[in-house]
Design a protein around this ligand. Structure first.
Ligand code: 13P
Ligand code: SF4
Length: 305
């Protein structure tokens, strides 16, 4: 069976839109209606008039689409596609953390569960975190959760002190400073570009730091011919499409692999995408009340973006 043709046919039959994150395998990116970063995908989910949203990404992303569209069917090819960062911030522990800082304004990265979002004042993504944090009233102290590395970087960019939840992403924290320096020695003309979820020691080596979308835009407009890409390797597919003459070298993680893939994102496959559309399952469901509570800080983010 031609899986791709089957997906295209089901898309028509269901009046579905397929949204895919840059960290999905390239075949999924190519069959999607829209490929983007966390912010762009949330914005697309908010404005779509499709009946069904098929989300090729991880659980918190599909959950965000469901929060913004409680009445729509939101499908995720593999419901087990979670996120280590989101998992490291359980709602019960976050509630206690928040109670220790009762006067703080809570800015939460979109890589979090709906229950943690519901306890937040505003949501941010890596594309808009600097802008959103700058808008928080100057007299309010801030909690930033759950990514400490993104939080530290945003704090440097905005000059705002923040209490950081000590979380991190398993993909971005295993880039090695030592291997990156060795790669730069082999490719002295290459610019190092990194995602702000990386550790400070890695970010210090970067010529440019930004969200996946900002990294992609930087490689398209910059004069360099070679880039060392310090984020999940899936983004290189779009970089190569946007700049066919340029070379993109994936930064090596500290685990012996040549490039770094998010094991959660990679649970989605073309076959699972086809099957979920055919069966109209697995679908995202949220307990009554939770979607409304999580929608408030999400909608404030979309307004402030
Ligand atoms: P962005 O899509 O905001 O760049 O985030 C990257 C990421 O880790 C998504 O899980
Ligand atoms: Fe979560 Fe990191 Fe994977 Fe993004 S790359 S989904 S933050 S584990």
């Amino acid at each position: 069976m031609d899986v791709e043709a089957g997906i295209v046919r089901l898309k028509r039959e269901l009046n579905a839109v397929i949204l895919a994150h840059y960290y999905q395998e390239s075949e999924i990116q190519d069959v999607a209606d829209f490929v983007g970063d966390s912010l762009a995908l949330a914005q697309q989910a908010e404005k779509t008039d499709a009946d069904v949203i098929v989300f090729c990404g991880v659980h918190f992303m599909a959950e965000t689409a469901k929060i913004l569209n409680p009445g729509k069917l939101v499908l995720l090819p593999d419901l087990d596609a979670g996120c280590s960062l989101s998992d490291r911030c359980p709602p019960d522990r976050f509630k206690l953390f928040k109670e220790r800082h009762p006067d703080h304004f809570v800015a939460t990265y979109v890589n979090s569960s709906a229950a943690v979002k519901a306890m937040s004042d505003v949501i941010v993504t890596s594309s808009n975190a600097v802008k959103i944090v700058s808008k928080i009233p100057a007299d309010r102290p801030i909690i930033f959760a759950p990514d400490q590395h993104l939080g530290r970087w945003v704090s440097q960019q905005t000059g705002r002190d923040m209490v950081l939840w000590p979380g991190s992403c398993m993909v971005h924290e295993i880039f090695s400073e030592k291997l990156l320096v060795q790669l730069k020695v082999q490719h002295p003309a290459a610019k190092i570009i990194a995602h702000p979820e990386c550790e400070a020691s890695v970010l210090r080596l970067a010529d440019f730091i930004g969200s996946t979308k900002h990294l992609l835009e930087f490689t398209a407009r910059d004069d360099a011919r070679e880039f060392i890409v310090v984020t999940e390797v899936g983004i290189i597919h779009q970089m190569e499409k946007a700049s066919p003459g340029k070379t993109f070298i994936p930064a090596p993680p500290d685990n012996g692999c040549a490039c770094n893939e998010c094991p959660h994102m990679r649970l989605n496959t073309m076959e699972k995408l086809y099957q979920c559309m055919k069966d109209r399952t697995p679908a995202l469901e949220l307990p009554p009340g939770l979607a409304e509570a999580a929608a408030r800080p999400l909608k404030l983010m979309l307004e402030w973006s």
